[in-house]
Design a binder for this molecule. Structure first.
Ligand code: HEC
Ligand code: HEC
Length: 254
């Protein structure tokens, strides 16, 4: 994922602030205001994903009251860490309506994270979610890439993503969240080999994309990631992303 260095610094700073504020109660009133002003147009004032602009998007804004998150560093079924949420908020989710919210100050990012966490009791129930361990990468040789093609078969990825990874497998038509075309870029969860390994370990909760932790070996996960990373085309912008920018611009003008 290519990001502006400033945005990454903001994520780092927001996290530093979180550590610094340890022990202090999160500022929920500020968080609620930040959410109302910047997020509610898509996610709804109650965070249920039913904001007035929600109908613009093929991939709809998340219902944050469910407490299920796709983009995490944590095991399947676990809530995300504050760092995961900060990354989603500040950098956005590539190719979707969730465009970067990098105009927020560090304090605002922290406050809105606290507010998002107050929307689902799942956060209070899991104080320290289990973070997945990314296995060490094997050398990215042409043999590894070939092993990746074999792991794609072993993992039965084609059932959903199709034999050429274009998102058109036999099960695709029955799924409410459509399998991604893995040859397109950007990917929502990042397209670097390490991002793909993380996605395969965590799964994307709330969607049919399962976790392959304990299903495929570490070497197989990396091989798959090398194979998929090599299949990506140039980055394209999407209708959802354009709609996201449009909604944010119109909203700020009012
Ligand atoms: C222009 C519309 C829009 C705005 C504004 C917006 N979001 Fe989103 N958000 C989305 C969409 C669409 C998704 C789902 C993308 C997907 O998974 O395909 C999403 C997903 C998310 C997720 C889920 C990430 C995960 O791991 O599943 C979080 C958390 C989130 N948004 C927080 C926020 C916060 C906080 C704000 C305000 C600071 C905000 N969003 C502003 C559209 C928006
Ligand atoms: C049961 C169906 C199913 C199977 C099996 C499956 N996937 Fe997925 N996968 C999905 C769906 C649905 C999504 C899209 C989630 C979304 O956009 O919110 C997805 C998303 C992904 C993503 C993230 C794309 C992005 O934009 O970030 C990757 C990478 C991926 N799958 C790889 C694989 C690989 C490799 C395998 C096999 C080891 C596999 N998947 C098996 C259904 C499946």
């Amino acid at each position: 994922m290519s990001v502006r260095p400033g945005a990454l610094a903001l994520v780092a700073a927001a996290l530093g602030l979180a550590a610094g504020a340890a022990g202090q109660p999160p500022d929920l009133a500020t968080g609620e205001r930040v959410f109302r002003d910047n997020c509610a147009v898509c996610h709804g004032a109650a965070g249920d994903g039913r904001g007035m602009a929600a109908h613009h998007f093929k991939s709809p804004p998340r219902d944050l009251t469910k407490g299920r998150f796709k983009f995490r560093s944590t095991a399947s079924g676990q809530v995300p860490t504050d760092a995961d949420l900060a990354r989603t908020i500040v950098l956005g989710i590539p190719s979707t309506g969730m465009v970067p919210q990098n105009h927020l100050s560090e304090a605002e990012v922290q406050a809105v994270i606290a507010f998002v966490k107050s929307l689902s009791p799942r956060f209070a129930a899991t104080l320290s979610p289990k973070v997945v361990t990314i296995p060490p990468p094997p050398a990215a040789t042409s043999e590894a890439v070939a092993r990746g093609a074999a792991a794609y078969v072993k993992g039965e990825c084609a059932e959903c993503h199709g034999k050429d990874a274009r998102g058109d497998g036999p099960s695709a038509k029955d799924l409410s969240v459509k399998p991604s075309d893995l040859t397109r870029r950007p990917l929502k969860s990042g397209a670097a080999a390490r991002d793909i390994v993380r996605t395969l370990l965590t799964g994307l909760d709330g969607t049919p994309m399962p976790s392959y932790d304990q299903v495929l070996e570490g070497d197989e996960l990396w091989a798959l990631a090398y194979w998929l990373a090599a299949r990506g085309g140039p980055p394209e912008s999407t209708d959802d992303e354009r709609a996201g920018w449009h909604v944010v611009k119109m909203h700020q003008r009012r």
